[in-house]
Ligand binder design. Structure first.
Ligand SMILES: [Zn+2]
Ligand SMILES: [Zn+2]
Length: 338
């Protein structure tokens, strides 16, 4: 099969590798849609990568034994290789699995764990069905495009009564906007890249705040009668935006972080938490039991097609990475067979 690799700084290529094989209840999926995520950061930094991607939708093409899926099923491919047995896995919180499996060890081959490839292997319980009439591209939005913010909004119980602040309108932030609008919430966005601001406006953002302006917080307060937002979601992974989310949230408000960040964030326990009564959470993904609800967003949201800006043949991987690095995109979806 063919798969995409990063060879060095701003250098990607397609290589030929052996096809993965099914084993026990791990099945082979022919990948039809592979959304691109944060891999472009390695492309820009020059970190070599042989196993790219963690988002996919495709068709089951080989099984080793009877299991939850059969050949021909159209499925979304959930991320990682969780054990399926620990308390987190059985409660649908498999993303936090304590005993994840090394796929190379289990299958005896290093191939099959990348999604920017023509085939992959996955335990059958991590392959929920794509409903009839939903394309592979749209189905693949049930990974990182809509997933992290869906999980955060479920936890925050975001509703039509709320104003939500969304910081960072890359593909994950734009997905958050789709989720917020589906729930009827009023959305204020924090973003400075013109392409993203324009796309967010098309998706119905109620107001735009430029984080480079020194009075950004004051602007948000002015948009909320001086109270602050009910919920705030950071998708940028920057300390400045994380802090803005905390400061812009109202008393007893809720803040969720989905943007990955390893820098320290200063939080003052008394003013931020005790006196203000804030709830602050991290959200990586959504509970597997929420898959049908998320699929409802994909089927019914009038904004869903705005969440995919580019569908590209995987053979153009170099161009696709350059495009992602430009920050002028919503989700970029690769077609591995073209
Ligand atoms: Zn587990
Ligand atoms: Zn992702």
């Amino acid at each position: 099969m063919k798969k995409a690799v990063i060879l060095g700084e701003r250098k990607a290529a397609i290589v030929d590798v052996p096809d993965p094989q099914p084993k026990e209840d791990w099945v082979v999926v022919k990948v039809h849609a592979a959304p691109m995520c944060t891999e472009y950061k390695a492309f820009v930094a020059g970190h070599k990568g042989e196993f790219l991607g963690h988002e996919a939708a495709g068709e089951v093409v080989a099984v080793a034994q009877p299991c939850r899926v059969k050949v021909g099923d159209r499925v979304v491919v959930m991320p990682l290789y969780p054990c399926g047995k620990c308390s987190f896995c059985v409660s649908g919180e498999y993303i936090h699995c304590e005993r994840s499996i090394d796929p190379a060890k289990f299958t005896g081959s290093p191939e099959g764990r990348a999604t920017m490839a023509q085939y992959l292997v996955k335990p059958s319980w991590l392959l929920p069905a794509i409903p009839e009439g939903v394309s592979y591209e749209r189905g693949s939005l049930a990974c990182c495009a809509l997933g992290p913010s869906f999980g955060a909004f479920q936890a925050m119980r975001l509703s039509a009564f709320d104003t939500v602040l969304i910081a960072g309108l890359g593909p994950v932030g734009l997905g958050a906007l789709v989720n917020a609008r589906f729930r009827g919430a009023r959305a204020i966005i924090v973003e400075s890249v013109p392409w993203r601001v324009e796309r967010a406006k098309q998706m119905g953002a109620a107001a735009v705040v430029d984080p480079r302006e020194s009075n950004a917080l004051k602007q948000i307060m002015g948009l909320t009668d001086g109270r602050g937002v009910d919920c705030a979601l950071d998708c940028s992974g920057t300390v400045q935006a994380e802090r803005l989310c905390i400061d812009a949230a109202r008393r007893k408000g809720k803040v969720a972080f989905v943007g990955e960040c390893t820098d320290p964030l200063p939080i003052r326990v008394s003013p931020d938490l005790i006196r203000k009564g804030l709830t602050i959470i991290g959200s990586w993904h959504y509970n597997l039991s929420d898959f049908p609800a998320l699929m409802k967003v994909i089927r019914e949201s009038p904004l869903i097609d705005l969440l995919i800006s580019h569908v590209m043949p995987m053979s153009r991987i170099q161009d696709a990475f350059e495009l992602c690095a430009s920050h002028q995109t919503a989700k970029v979806v690769l077609r591995p067979w073209e």
